[in-house]
Design a protein around this ligand. Structure first.
Ligand code: NAD
Length: 361
């Protein structure tokens, strides 16, 4: 059975980094007979320039027909004067909503070779490998009612609603437990059950779903403690699962523990495991077109795609090992360069990963 991948390079450095990820995927596809098929589409500013909208129907159709989507990044100064409704970033939000990608996976991995890039002491973060699973389509960012109203005494009042139904909690719980099963089988659910009834229900449902995953150890932590533990001893975590807003904040903290934005992949999954995979960074207009961007976050996003949508764990392991080997060899793009290393371009980093795949590290 063929597996269709929609490729959306986007704007800025997007086309440069996606080209390298695609080379890696094409090599593995031939080497391991993975049966992958690729088709490219436009999104963001590039789509606006062609179609007058950042998410044209033709792109949406392509993504809906695909089993997975690989996205570069969108946005840039050229499109900033545009109306909000047609800004490149709207294309991204639109596609996440249209594809019902409710489960956002953000790993924070610190390769030991880059431990000096973190603002924390190297012994605290070296070898860090944690995954935050964030609920992406519910919670306080979407809850109704919301707004700013004027009270009888003339004072203005802002309000939002934190709301989760059992089914919403249950599906993100299943997603997180299944991810924990593919890792070290430890899941920490983060809530504020001591104050918020909504997350009391969150905890209850997590406990209920846990009975279906006896191989995974579930623990609970309040969000204030979790934020403290993430900077005190982040290696205690394997997988964390949490609400939309808590996940938004904690995943940025976790990502920054690694200090290298060009290294971090992400995935957003729907109920059937179909996913959109993208680096966490943006389109980096300041370095676009120079051939110096780090393609590793995008290459590692492809590894996540193989692991989570296509259940090709061996292929995913091979990519991750090849990235490790390239770093071991001292190959570095400018963003992760330190004295004594070999500074390379975007495509040379792609070459280093493919060479490592060829020699079968
Ligand atoms: P950014 O992530 O694009 O860049 C921040 C800094 O990190 C820049 O100095 C950039 O050069 C550097 N950087 C980012 N990725 C890199 C890589 N792979 N290799 C080397 N250096 C890298 O964030 P920003 O500057 O705040 O935003 C730029 C544009 O990207 C904006 O239009 C913003 O809306 C958009 N954006 C898009 C996404 C997305 O597509 N998912 C995410 C964030 C921002």
């Amino acid at each position: 059975m063929t597996k269709k991948i929609a490729i959306l390079p986007g704007d800025g450095i997007g086309p440069e980094i996606v080209a390298e990820a695609l080379r890696v995927l094409t090599f593995l596809n031939a080497d391991m007979n993975l049966g992958l098929e690729f088709e490219q589409g436009l999104i963001g500013g590039a789509a606006y320039d062609e179609y007058g909208t950042p998410l044209p129907q033709v792109t949406l159709d392509l993504c809906q027909a695909a089993d997975a989507v690989l996205l570069g990044a969108v946005g840039g100064p050229k499109w900033e004067p545009l109306d909000h409704a047609v800004r490149p970033e709207r294309g991204l939000l639109g596609i996440r909503a249209e594809l019902k990608l409710f489960s956002n996976l953000r790993p924070a991995i610190l390769y030991p070779q880059l431990a000096d890039a973190s603002s924390l002491k190297s012994e605290i973060v070296s070898g860090l490998d944690l995954m935050i699973v964030r609920e992406l389509t519910g919670g306080i960012y979407f809850g109704q009612p919301r707004g700013v109203r004027t009270l009888e005494n003339g004072e203005k009042q802002g309000y939002n609603t934190l709301v989760y139904s059992e089914s919403e909690i249950r599906r993100i719980a299943h997603s997180a437990f299944q991810i924990a099963q593919k890792r070290n089988k430890r899941l920490c659910s983060v809530d504020k059950a001591n104050v918020l009834e909504c997350t009391e229900l969150w905890r209850e449902v997590m406990n209920e779903v846990a009975t279906q995953y006896p191989d995974v150890t579930l623990s609970h932590m309040y969000v204030d403690n979790a934020s403290m533990q993430l900077v005190r001893a982040p290696k205690q975590f394997d997988v964390m699962v949490t609400t939309n807003m808590f996940g938004d904040i904690l995943s940025d903290t976790a990502a920054m523990l690694t200090g290298s934005i060009g290294m971090l992949p992400s995935a957003s999954l729907d109920e059937s495991g179909k996913g959109m995979y993208e680096p966490i960074h943006g389109s980096a207009p300041d370095i676009a077109g120079q051939g110096v961007a780090n393609p590793l976050a995008t290459i590692l996003s492809v590894a996540m795609m193989l692991r989570y949508t296509f259940a090709e764990a061996t292929a995913a392991d091979r990519i991750e090992a090849a990235v490790n080997a390239a770093l071991d060899a001292g190959v570095r793009t400018a963003d992760i360069f330190a004295e004594g290393n070999n500074k390379v371009s975007t495509s040379e980093m792609g070459d280093a990963v493919i060479n490592a795949l060829k020699v079968g590290v």
